[in-house]
Design a protein around this ligand. Sequence first.
Ligand SMILES: Cc1ncc(C[n+]2csc(CCOP(=O)(O)OP(=O)(O)O)c2C)c(N)n1
Ligand SMILES: [Mg+2]
Length: 325
Amino acid sequence: MRIPEDTLREMLRLMYTIRAFECRARQLFEERRLRGSFMGALHSYEGEEAVAVGACIGLRPDDYILSTHRGHGHCIAKGVDVKFMMAELLGKETGISKGRGGSMHMFDPALGLLGGNGIVGGGIPLALGPAFSAQYRHTDQVTVCFFGDGAACQGNFHESLNLASLWKLPVIYICENNQYAVTTPVNESIAVANVADRAAGYGCPGEVVDGSDVLAVYRAVTEAVQRARGGAGPMLLECKTYRYQAHCMVIPDRRDPQELARWQKEHDPIRHFERYLLDQQIMDEAQQSKLNEQVHKTVEAAVTFAEASPLPHPSTVAEHLWAED
Ligand SMILES: Cc1ncc(C[n+]2csc(CCOP(=O)(O)OP(=O)(O)O)c2C)c(N)n1
Ligand SMILES: [Mg+2]
């Protein structure tokens, strides 16, 4: 599969953007927490960038995604402007969810982003809806449903995969196996070696993918999307990955620091892809650092935009609660 060079450069730009956004969001959280101006919890996607980017870069704007509590990477990869995301984090009227949602509830139907979810596994049954709708309307839109290894242990995972497979719904299930659910390691919660192995129980294909390799994710998702668009039904992809930060900003990290250091040294998705682009002479080091600099400027401009934006006016508290708004 030949990937155009512009697409490869865009993949790097998106991964840089996710990392820079997450890093800046953490700083803001730390600075602003006591003033109460940061909305809700914050779960960093640093380390997992290749999954969102590899999965979303080949999707069409009218394809749907369902995100999670750790969802900023999904939103950026699906095309949301970081200034509207930053404004959402600060609860501002200009935020992507008009300041009502915060980190876990970013939503933009125009981009096919059907929302994050504070309920672990909450997006898994919801994905059946847009997938059924696309099948019923005879469009060839697909739905990509992201969830974690912890979410894969919820009962609704089993019910949903069974139904999706039975009805051949166009869903691509992407399990982001970052090895932990808060502090519980996967080998203490999942009986089989791979979440993808469970696909056999639903009569659909399952595949383990290197989640630190954006091209591997892209190839696997492209194949799954082609299948789903062609009416062959769902597929379960398990992307093995690792998060670089604690579960969230208020829970101490109990993982082995050496394990984290090993993942960062051997599997960093950005370093890995930068090296590939250099080796293939698609970008040189100067172009990479210029791109990274531009991304940091964009994220900084997003902070300025968010800080300058107004809070929602109290008189609008009842607005945007229902679909007709
Ligand atoms: C139904 C439900 N149970 C528990 C929680 C608390 N909780 C928030 S995140 C999380 C762990 C989720 O792990 P995983 O699905 O692997 O996602 P990760 O955080 O690793 O990305 C838990 C238990 C919740 N939000 N919702
Ligand atoms: Mg996890």
